[in-house]
Design a binder for this molecule. Structure first.
Ligand code: HEC
Length: 138
């Protein structure tokens, strides 16, 4: 056995022993201020907004002569009756509504999928989304 190999084996066998590592104390996680700027969505969800914009905005967005609803807040507020305005919206979008919306004969009528989408959103409590308000249409 040559000398170099012998030394290598010697040091491998007698190398420093595993020193016990000091126990790492994880510092307590500090309370972080909650950043609500990105999480608090107060607009319409995009698909809901699209359906309302296409089918309702021409008469209900902006300062119109009928009840206006531009924002989700408008639909969360009480309507003329005892319901929130959003609930009135859902009721009048149902196929069996006594006074359906849009009015019979309005040029643009929502598809069944759009009616169900808005109905489902209202039943879920009108959760906020990222797509803001309706555009006023002249
Ligand atoms: C062509 C115009 C027109 C369109 C389009 C239209 N509406 Fe209306 N809407 C009216 C008019 C006029 C009234 C008031 C008369 C009435 O209550 O029937 C009304 C009333 C309402 C009311 C009752 C408001 C209140 O204060 O009680 C709701 C809710 C409503 N519409 C929802 C909708 C929704 C949802 C859409 C779209 C899916 C829609 N409307 C589309 C003309 C329209």
């Amino acid at each position: 056995m040559n000398r170099a190999l012998w030394l290598t084996l010697f040091f491998a066998a007698c190398g420093p022993e595993q020193v016990e590592q000091p126990v790492q104390v994880t510092p307590a996680v500090e309370e972080q201020p909650v950043d609500t700027s990105m999480t608090e969505l107060t607009g319409f969800p995009c698909d809901v907004r699209e359906a309302l914009q296409a089918n309702c905005a021409s008469c209900h967005a902006g300062p119109t002569y009928v009840t206006h609803f531009n924002s989700r807040d408008d639909l969360l507020a009480p309507g003329r009756g005892t319901h929130q305005l959003g609930v009135e919206v859902a009721l009048r979008l149902r196929p069996d509504a006594a006074f359906p919306m849009p009015p019979v004969g309005a040029p643009q009528q929502p598809t069944l999928a759009e009616r169900q989408l808005i109905d489902g959103w209202v039943q879920a409590g009108m959760p906020g989304g990222a797509c803001g308000e309706l555009d006023d249409t002249p």
